[in-house]
Write a protein that binds this ligand. Structure first.
Ligand code: CMC
Length: 452
């Protein structure tokens, strides 16, 4: 199966997932105006970012819950992996600015950084790449599983099932409390995700699966598995491999987004890491999250021409119309998405280098220009996000639209697993169990069927 054992060195290195301590700076008094009762709640802060009120004892002291649908003002955890300043447009992985990583690093180095907390030294980098490279094959039994899917199944539907099914092949190394199990599973997931993704694509076009080639780097290997056929040699375009690597860096992590929070919530139950990642893939699928890149391309195709841009912007502003400008807006970024800035430049560069003129890029630029000047978008601080341009690059790389969210899933696996490792290495996992405000019928008596 190509699963070389990890050296003891890989295990003996701690996952370096130590949390920084939360600092308590002050307290805030919450007074219940109904009865004058008061709770003094600690104000806690981390290394960067806004402080938070620690409300753990609120219910015990005042008999009150907090209500925050969508977690708009709620920190669900502390984490030392990624920091975002939405007002300043800052994104740091383990303290390193995203633009520096995009310029100098590689996806696998970033994956190491997210998992271990520091950039690898030369020997660590080589060892990590070696391990990932030697765990890329998937069990032949998975092919039978794949064959059960209809040829036109959406690749994300296949990914949710097929990634989750990996747990059935590695049930002897899924103990969340065992550091060796944790690390081997992290490596396996990062290594096998591109193999699974390419297999989903090959299934949809009816071509034979291409085995991973160890002599290629991570992204070239994926492109080879996607586009190679047994009938003739396939030469990976280094421009395409480099572009893909950069996109993977930009998508690798984004703190407590919906899919990562899902991974952590599932992880909090003690579920195995593969089940957790499969739940992350499912959460990513939605168009408000990872499905946005697919939705952007569909939207640009529908708009079709620069002359239709003004109409699209009007529709996006119309509250009676469900249409939204996909690739615009972000829950956290209220200035600009630093990833979008990098991707925008990259989009022009990649299309130039590949000699492609895509009219959709003209539509995207016109749309961006109109929206950025429009009061509706300005007032609501709606800027292009990471997915506004990523679809155009994927299209230039000949990745089919249905595979866009799968591409996001390959990259985000590094972030998901880093968060899962952080959660489990901390050793104090508390099951996630939000409360609710019940708004249903009050207690009532059962009515026998004949009397209803
Ligand atoms: N087009 C038109 N109006 C919008 C848009 C948009 N794309 N996004 C937000 N708004 C409006 C929204 O109608 C609301 O207006 P009002 O205050 O008048 O009711 C206001 O802006 C605030 O929007 P919201 O929905 O309350 O904001 P949110 O933080 O809950 O949602 C979002 C963030 C990303 C889900 C949303 O902006 C959106 O649906 N964008 C399009 C989908 C998209 O591109 N998603 C990818 C996000 S980046 C990749 C990732 O993290 O996965």
């Amino acid at each position: 199966m190509g699963d070389a054992l990890l050296s003891t060195h890989a295990y003996s290195k701690s996952e370096s997932l130590e949390y920084g301590e939360l600092k308590m700076s002050n307290t805030i008094a919450i007074v219940d105006s109904r009865n004058g009762k008061q709770a003094d709640l600690p104000i806690v802060s981390g290394a960067l970012g806004d402080p938070a009120i620690d409300i753990a004892k609120l219910n015990k002291e005042l008999g009150l819950f907090t209500y925050d649908p969508g977690f708009v003002s709620t920190c669900s955890t502390k984490s030392a992996i990624t920091f975002i300043d939405g007002d300043q447009g800052v994104l740091l992985y383990r303290g390193y600015p995203i633009d520096q990583l995009a310029q100098h690093s590689s996806f696998l180095e970033v994956a190491y950084l997210l998992i271990h907390g520091d950039l690898p030294g030369p020997a660590q980098k080589t060892e990590f790449e070696h391990h990932v490279t030697h765990h890329t094959m998937i069990h032949e039994g998975l092919k039978l599983f794949m064959n059960g899917f209809h040829y036109n199944a959406h690749p994300m539907a296949m990914m949710v099932g097929i990634a989750g099914s990996l747990a059935a092949f590695y049930h002897d190394s899924l103990d969340p409390e065992d550091p060796q199990h944790r690390m081997i599973t992290a490596i396996r997931l990062i290594a096998k995700m591109p193999t699974l993704a390419a297999a989903c694509y090959k299934h949809s076009v009816g071509q034979p699966y291409v085995y991973p080639k160890n002599n290629l780097d991570y992204c070239s290997r994926f492109l080879d598995m996607m586009f190679g056929v047994p009938a003739e040699p396939y030469e990976v375009n280094p421009i395409a491999a480099k572009a893909l690597d950069l996109l993977f860096i930009l998508h690798a992590d984004h703190e407590q987004n919906a899919s990562t929070s899902t991974v952590r919530l599932v992880g909090s139950t003690g579920a195995n890491p593969i089940a957790c990642i499969a739940s992350g893939i499912a959460a990513l699928w939605g168009p408000a999250h990872g499905g946005a890149n697919e939705a952007v391309l569909k939207m640009l195709n529908e708009i079709g021409d620069k002359s239709n841009v003004a109409r699209a912007v009007e529709r996006a502003k119309d509250k009676n119309d469900n249409f939204r400008l996909m690739g615009f807006g972000h829950r956290v970024y209220k200035n600009f998405d630093p990833r979008a800035k990098i991707i925008r430049e990259m989009c022009h560069k990649v299309l130039n280098e590949l000699g492609i003129h895509d009219p959709l890029l003209d539509v995207a630029m016109a749309l961006e220009e109109v929206a950025l000047k429009d009061d509706y978008f300005v007032e609501r601080k709606l800027y292009p996000n990471v997915d506004f341009y990523s679809g155009i690059i994927y299209k230039a790389l000949k990745i089919p639209v249905e595979m866009f969210t799968v591409m996001f899933a390959i990259a985000r696996t590094a972030g998901w697993i880093a968060h899962w490792l952080e959660q489990n290495a901390a050793g104090d996992v508390k099951i996630g169990r939000p409360r609710q405000i019940y708004v249903g019928p009050k207690s009532r008596d059962y009515v026998p069927l004949g009397q209803r």
